[in-house]
Design a protein around this ligand. Structure first.
Ligand code: PEP
Length: 251
């Protein structure tokens, strides 16, 4: 049985002071439920958020990482540093990093391996652009991103991963894939994972949907058999909206 997981991607928003306000508004709104919850603030707010969430249900992730443990890599942050701070998760291969910062499936693969080595849980993002969807190659694009991004992993390593299916055209646009469309692609991703890592491991991997998730569409997404949660961007910046999404079982 896969435990549902809702993660908030704060992107490049929230100074430490703003993060403090958001977390203190959010924590009292979270109801007890059988679900994992995390927020992924920018690097500069990680320490503040980690302090405020110690001994709470909220876990913390980073939004990116470099694959080396240390060295002359100006501007980069290593998995060792994230683990040492107390992070649990790290987003890898977000479409904004692929689009603006040259992230490739090869770099995703190195980052995933480096994170797993430090016992951090990668949240690996995959998804097609609008042009690719219109061309009818959505599944092919996701298959290649999965196969190349996760190349060389053992089944027991793969079982610890979180995958986020995020159609690029749905991110920050207000357009959401219908629950049925999201299930179709996510169900296919699980088949690809099963072919590569075996049915047992594929059955343990949590696959999230991401792309304009809001309080009013979370229920129908979570009703689908292969959708195990959501990666939430914009709505995670508002305590009330994010709490409503996390509390979807109670509403
Ligand atoms: C994201 O940043 O991963 C995301 C899904 O953003 P939004 O919810 O704003 O579409």
């Amino acid at each position: 049985m896969r435990r549902p997981f809702i993660a908030g991607n704060w992107k490049m928003y929230k100074t430490p002071a703003e993060a403090k306000t958001l977390i203190s508004q959010l924590l009292p709104l979270l109801k007890k439920a059988d679900i994992d919850v995390a927020v992924c603030p920018p690097f500069t707010s990680l320490e503040t958020v980690l302090k405020l969430t110690a001994d709470t249900v909220l876990r913390v992730g980073a939004q990116d990482v470099f694959w080396e443990e240390e060295g002359a890599y100006t501007g980069e942050i290593s998995p060792v540093m994230l683990f040492d701070m107390g992070c649990t998760y790290c987003i890898v291969g977000h479409s904004e990093r692929r689009q603006y910062f040259g992230e490739t499936d090869t770099s995703v693969n190195k980052k995933v391996k480096a994170l797993l080595k430090q016992k951090l849980i990668p949240i690996v993002c995959v998804g097609e652009t609008l042009a690719q969807r219109e061309e009818g190659i959505t599944k092919e694009v996701c298959r290649l991103q999965i196969e190349q991004g996760l190349a060389g992993l053992k089944p027991e390593e793969a079982a610890r991963l979180v995958i986020a299916y995020e159609p690029v055209w749905a991110i920050g646009t207000g357009k959401t894939a219908s629950a049925g469309d999201a299930q179709e692609v996510i169900g296919y991703i699980r088949e690809v994972l099963a072919a590569r890592f075996g049915k047992e491991s594929a059955g343990q991997i949590r696959i999230l949907y991401g792309g304009s998730v809001k309080p009013d569409n979370i229920q129908e997404l979570m009703a689908e058999p292969d959708i195990d949660g959501a990666l939430v961007g914009g709505a995670s910046l508002k305590a009330k909206d994010f709490a409503e999404i996390v509390n979807y079982k109670n509403s």
